[in-house]
Design a protein around this ligand. Sequence first.
Ligand code: P1T
Length: 386
Amino acid sequence: MGEAEQQAGWGFETRAVHTGQAPDPASGAVVTPITLSTTFAQDGVGNHQGYEYSRSGNPTRSALETCVASLELARHGFAFASGLAAEDNVLRLLSQGDRILLGNDAYGGTFRLISKVWAPLGFPWSAVDLTDLDALVASWPDDTRLVWLETPTNPLLTCIDIETVAAIAHERGALVVVDNTFATPFLQQPLALGADIVVHSATKYLGGHSDVVGGFLALNDDDLADRIRFTQNAAGAVPAPFDCYLVLRGVKTLGVRMERHCSNARAVVDMLVGHPAVDRVFYPQLPDHPGHRAAAKQMRDFGGMVSFTLRGGLDAALTVVRHTQIFTLAESLGAVESLIEHPGQMTHASAAGSPLQVPDALVRLSVGIESATDLVADLQQALDHI
Ligand code: P1T
């Protein structure tokens, strides 16, 4: 039995700190060494200790792959140079003519990869409302081979019932990919709900400190894993050992960070819901939120991302994002510091004019782990500028 299998009975936080990260047998180092060597000595041709060349496999990357696979309850894990590189490797599983169904709210870069890079190569795609399951079944295109969903979505935080969508897709011969970036495996484990592949932008909560770009795939099927292993090496979009180390260090504190992200987000939501300048608050815990029931069913808590629209439209949204002092105006999310952004003109600009276009009046928050009272006060004073 392998180390990860032996540790499968350990709790999430224990696996996050230890799985794939046993003390180094050569030195006793408690922290996983950053192995920079690009190549590994062989005793005779093909006779090596598991590593030949660092694109194909690297000990620091293996530690990360073992750990995050375990957190996602997956048999196989693969680390990539970015979230989009990981996504690109999933799309390489398809054959020309295979259709991709993409949820109608998703990260702008995912939309761009599917619609601007893969569609022109002969991979049709459609945007669908994955909360309307009757319509999904009624209008299901026969050539669909992949359903791509985020839950919660970026940026509207809509939640999709993974188990039901997976059952519908599997009956019709399609794979289900879940981008678990917003939820993280601490809050939601899609493979256990029937998804085939989990995607992460490790740049976000897994890394957790805004200092590394990375991606990850987790899956159980051995044949699919062989094909991903092949393209990871053959196309070569692998992360550097130092980047693997940074993600691995972030993952150790994922559980405690997520608990704090969730409680801080709740404090912010409580204030926004009652604020006269705010039109609508998007947060999966709110009973009238699209997919609240799916979120309550499949998530441990509701996450650290919050979006809201302003009654004053675009001008009000741009005013708020300009006036926060603790929330930094910047793209990205999922790190210890709070960020604020305008999706329409920033992260989702590439979706303008498409079915994935986001409202002009929308502001997105990545609620960090600072003091909740400071975060609430910061947003209140920014709202006062409208
Ligand atoms: O940036 P990268 O590591 O390549 O990950 C892309 C990606 C994939 N999936 C989701 C849900 C994402 O949010 C992202 C990246 N998103 C941002 C940079 C952002 O600010 O929304």
